[in-house]
Design a protein around this ligand. Structure first.
Ligand code: AOF
Ligand code: ZN
Length: 349
């Protein structure tokens, strides 16, 4: 049975919905969803649930009750089916073995061991392959994975909250409490973001003055690996980052053995440290980095043009003086505004 372009888009949209269920669980793998359609009816669905576990196609095919129907079905998948032996066997092999005659996919897999080989393998086995259905949406969904494959560094999100007159904090001493920009809604969204990121970075001043825990508490999900810049290892041990039992990686110029949950990365501070840090994160298979402040650190990412997305929460009140918010000089191509007490500006590349 042939389907129209609208039908293809409808089934692919379902694949993308399914794929997104893997958010926060599949990194460094991509989020992928698949559906099996027989005579205009979805007879199987699946998605990649966790890194190391079955791929989307395998779960979708397994969910089909009557295997006979596979020979007359189309499988929709949001990413090119894999052709390699990784942690799991190739999905293309399974599709061919099950004699599924047609594959409709959204985007190619940029992973060098696959990229185009999946499509070739299927076509050589006589499977019809249609590509490019909701391609842009599928690429955007996997922006973290795509960035790692393309640039060999994690996807970088810079995030801060600022007053309407452009300050991110008051000038204060360590004993004074920070200004609270967040409300219940924005706090939830920050914790949700944390659950979707592999690592989270703060500078020395932020660690010292705010004593953040950088864990996920107002959303469900795993904690990101915490990174803190502490050039001379001067931060006190009783900060939450060091004392709450969760892992932290300290970026320092000193050489220091790991102790408990704290690891140390020695970096040459006489040179720009961002490239070295990103290389190390890539080596550790960290696909996404959330930078939560402060102003100097955020500005250094902006100045070195090392970012993919910036989210600014703007409060409706003024601070009059304090720590100036970072300045984004490059004109971003997109702005997104969302309502609520705070206005959220999102710049995306
Ligand atoms: C698919 N379907 O659902 C996913 C794919 O180590 P493995 O075996 O999990 O393979 C990981 C690679 O497989 C990953 O880098 C990406 O290229 C692809 N992911 N492929 O056909 C899926 N998650
Ligand atoms: Zn696969």
């Amino acid at each position: 049975m042939k389907y129209s372009h609208e039908d293809h888009c409808r089934y692919m949209r379902r694949c993308l919905q399914l794929a997104a269920l893997g958010r926060g669980h599949v990194s460094p793998n991509p989020m992928v969803g698949a559906v099996v359609v027989h005579k205009g009816k979805i007879i199987g669905e699946g998605y990649h649930r966790r890194c190391g576990e079955a791929h989307a196609e395998v779960n979708a095919i397994r969910s089909v009750k009557n295997e006979e129907l596979l020979r007359e079905s189309t499988i929709y998948v949001s990413l090119e089916p894999c052709s390699h032996y990784g942690k799991t066997p190739p999905c293309c092999k399974l599709i061919i073995e099950k004699q599924i005659p047609r594959v409709v996919m959204a985007c190619f897999d940029p992973f060098p061991e696959v990229s185009g080989r999946g499509v070739r393998m299927l076509r050589e086995a006589g499977v019809e392959v249609i590509t490019g259905i909701l391609e842009e949406e599928a690429i955007r969904l996997n922006s973290h994975f795509m960035t790692v494959q393309k640039f060999h560094r994690p996807y970088i999100l810079l995030k801060w909250a600022q007053s309407s007159d452009g300050f991110i904090d008051r000038m204060r001493s360590c004993s004074e409490s920070p200004v609270l920009f967040s409300n219940a809604v924005t706090l939830t969204s920050v914790h949700r973001l944390r659950a979707e990121y592999d690592a989270i970075l703060v500078g020395t001043r932020t660690a010292l003055y705010d004593d953040p825990s950088l864990t996920v508490r107002y959303w469900s999900g795993k904690n990101p690996l915490r990174l803190v810049i502490d050039r001379r290892l001067e931060l006190p041990e009783n900060l939450r980052l060091f004392s709450d039992g969760n892992p932290t990686l300290v970026i320092t110029e000193k050489i220091h053995e790991p102790s408990g949950n704290i690891e140390y990365l020695t970096v040459d501070f006489t040179k720009p440290i961002i490239p070295t840090l990103l290389q190390e994160l890539f080596r550790r298979k960290i696909s996404s980095l959330l930078v939560e402040g402060g102003a100097v650190l955020l500005q250094s990412f902006i100045d070195s043009d090392c970012w993919d997305e910036i989210r600014i929460e703007e409060t409706p009140f003024e601070l009059k003086n304090g720590v100036c918010a970072p300045v984004v000089t490059r004109v971003p191509d997109r702005f997104f505004y969302s309502g609520g007490h705070l206005i959220s500006k999102i710049h995306r590349r």
